[in-house]
Design a protein around this ligand. Structure first.
Ligand SMILES: [Zn+2]
Length: 393
């Protein structure tokens, strides 16, 4: 399915622009007309992180006239492995500001609009309505569903991408012409089932593989060329080096874009919809949660504690809390590792951020270890509150 161009062409290209974009202008399918459309286009990138970094760099170089960047985060050293729009001197700086500076360096003809804020249900419509097209580079389900819902409600197309370890996916969601994200994934995954990149890792260059597919689709939509990835899901496996295209149909029962939609406005609470942890875990942590400082006190006072790290071995290799024994969450949930837990010592579970340890705590309590506790904020809060010399990965 080919679609008409999303954007009207600008009146003209300047001499500078003709020089700069000559390699585009001589491609018959792009030409002066296509380049004028890019010049007139307003594209918003949600997130200047793993996917947003390569996407913004190439959108800027391609001559998209106005680029919006929304990101409230600051650049961290652990971002530099993949977020190539930021550099060492940007650590600690706002990601949106840092990305804008890189864009100006690549192409000063691009007009950059910075939204140094978190996208939320209060501002999402207002921000999205100022752009022709949205690039979704978010890394969490709550924002992803909100981006989808706002785009559908406003009738905007958006180019979606997702990455994890060696696997990437991309698609174009545009309810007017095809399915939306909810047609593909009506429900978020159960809490704790799908680890984030912060928990599970991501191959840095995968961001470029998927981010470049996203830019490719943006250019096609803006200029009205080729077959946009509407109604098709691109699935990339970097280890197999395979690209598969899967047909995605519009779901007539989709609550948002189906025949009888029940979701006619943004949801009240996307975090709640996507659930940080399961009900069991939420229940298990009540009165069974300690802080990093409390754990340190327990250790210093010689209390007989059995400290268990429920992360994966690779994470344990990177950084560990002194005295911790590694028993990955999966072994606790399956019951396989229960025999390793002593009955007569204070059990303390921890993970990276406190989500997995909450799940493991629920399983442990269900198995009769009612006095077990977990560490709030996991290794990250230990590093922050007790030992900043350790790496926060
Ligand atoms: Zn839908």
């Amino acid at each position: 399915m080919s679609l008409p161009p999303l954007v009207e062409p600008a009146a003209e290209l300047t001499v500078d622009e003709i020089r700069r974009y000559s390699r585009h202008l001589i491609i018959p399918d792009v030409g002066v007309e296509g380049q004028k459309r890019l010049k007139n286009a307003r594209v918003l990138c949600v997130g200047a992180g793993g996917l947003g970094s390569p996407a913004l760099l190439y959108l800027a170089a391609a001559g998209v006239g106005t680029l919006g960047i929304i990101d409230f985060d600051t650049v961290d050293e652990s971002n530099l492995q993949r977020q190539v729009i930021h550099g060492v001197s940007d650590v600690g700086r706002s990601k949106a500001e840092s990305a804008a500076a890189s864009i100006r360096e690549i192409n000063p003809l691009v007009n950059v609009e910075i939204h140094n804020t978190a996208l939320d249900r209060e501002n999402v419509r207002d921000i999205f309505s100022r752009y022709d097209l949205i690039v979704d580079g978010t890394d969490n389900f709550a924002t992803r569903y909100m981006v989808n819902d706002a785009a559908v409600l406003l009738g905007k197309p958006y180019v979606w991408g997702s990455i994890y370890r060696f696997d990437g996916q991309a698609s174009v969601f545009w309810a007017e012409h095809g399915p939306c994200y909810r047609c593909l994934y009506p429900e978020p995954p159960p809490p704790g089932m799908v680890p984030s990149c912060a928990e599970g890792g991501v191959l840095g260059v995968l961001c470029a593989s998927i981010g470049s597919i996203q830019v490719n689709e943006v250019i096609k939509l803006l200029a009205g060329i080729g077959e946009p990835l509407v109604g098709r899901l691109m699935v990339y496996d970097a280890l197999e080096m395979s690209y598969r295209k899967i047909k995605v149909r519009k779901d007539p029962n989709c609550v948002l874009c189906g025949e009888n939609p029940t979701l006619t406005d943004l949801m009240e609470d996307y975090e709640d919809f996507c659930g940080a942890v399961s009900d069991e875990a939420q229940e298990a942590v009540v009165d069974s949660t300690i802080t990093a400082l409390e754990l340190k006190d327990w250790q210093d006072s010689g209390k007989d504690i059995f400290l268990v790290d429920v992360r994966e071995p690779a994470e344990y290799e990177i950084v560990r809390i002194p005295g911790a024994t590694l028993i990955p969450k999966g072994e606790i949930l399956s019951g396989e590792a229960l025999a390793k837990f002593p009955q007569d010592r204070q059990i303390v579970l921890h993970c990276k951020s406190g989500v997995r340890s909450a799940e493991a705590l629920a399983a442990l309590k269900a198995a009769g270890f009612s006095d077990a506790v977990h560490l709030q904020g996991g290794v990250l809060s230990w590093v922050k509150q007790v030992d900043p010399s350790l790496p926060a990965y």
